[in-house]
Write a protein that binds this ligand. Sequence first.
Ligand SMILES: O=C(O)CCC(=O)C(=O)O
Length: 323
Amino acid sequence: MSLTPEEVHRFFDLGYLVKPGLYTTADLQPLKDAIATIVDTEATRYVAEGKLTSGHDGEGFERRLACIYAESPETGVAISAAIMGKGGGGFSGGEMLSLLRHPPLVDCICSLVGPDVIGASAYRIRIKMPGYPGGEVPWHQDSGYFLPHCDHHLMVTCWIPLVDATLENGCLYVIPCGHRSGILRHYTGGHAGFLEIPGAELPAEKPVPIEIKAGGALFLTNLTPHASFANRSSIVRWSIDLRYQGVSAPNNIDEAPETYTPEREMGTMACHPSEADFVIRDTQHPGREISTPEAFKNLRDRYENARPYSPGRGWTPLSERKP
Ligand SMILES: O=C(O)CCC(=O)C(=O)O
């Protein structure tokens, strides 16, 4: 299921593209089950410790963590952290690898970056619980989080909801054609501690909400401004965001995390050095692909534990912004 020439044109023209139905319900189920198991283990422990009166066991995937958060916001946030891991990309189970390697998705990515594909380090599970301010991600471009020498390389973000994403539960908003402005100024210490582009510094085009059914994908460029706001529903808006790049974009394939030091020249570094990149498709040398859960977990955990040095971009704090 690769993209049509018209879809490729639309992606580069508008900076985003919606592709419904890339994953079936059955495709998503193993990751949902793995997440549900973590929620269950953690909730049971918090009940035993007296931090929750109930594990809300009768609730399903969509509602259980919302009920836990409503009873104890602190516990809901702690369980979210257990799912996401230290840096946000700490879930390294084979269920995630299967979604990352899903052929219909990777075929679409090949239409944008070429036949060989690198899985870019920062993939995330997003847990937007109703009423949780930390689930609202202010306006940014993903390049705001990457090193500056990568701004001109294409990195494709695939945002995939695990439940239907609606206006009510906080679907993503994008600014059509906003990628044409190049990298915008971001500030540290924005809403909920995220990087933020203040509204007054955004491109003038009107933001568009993107409602998508579970299993569809929203493709974004790394320069497309996007944000998501409050979840006013009664369910968790669960989603994942996966990132991909072509082989010519800087990456840390075959590099030890220890080679990332303050002395190293930034231009030689991967775009997001603090997490491991991985080979998704290599047409000439398929043996280089990270295709087993063991190889994926070893690689991801090695970087997650080492937390390699990254120089960052030196954005100004929002509190020091000059009007
Ligand atoms: O899922 C969200 O609400 C925000 C996702 C996001 O900002 C991203 O994928 O870069």
